[in-house]
Design a protein. Sequence first.
Length: 104
Amino acid sequence: MSESPVESRPGGVRLRVRVQPRASRSDIDGVRDGVLRVRLTSPPVDGAANDALIELLADVLDVAKRSVHIVTGATSRTKVIDVDGMDTDRVRERLARRMKDAHR
């Protein structure tokens, strides 16, 4: 990974994310310029892409959906996400594993 999109915060971690809605498949696409790139099949309508993002991140990080929160950027492609109860090392490991599996 290039500059990490993951930073520590009290009680969890914070992620910088860039979303591509209406993609052919939902997955983690890598890190570019310190931002986690995420593709989502959902359209950016009525919060569908935000819901899909929360679901995907919760699945990849193996946490409950209620632990994943959009802090800023609810109506933007660039978002800041907080994940409660995780540390940076565990998040980086799970993201790296997912990106490695996705590019096989």
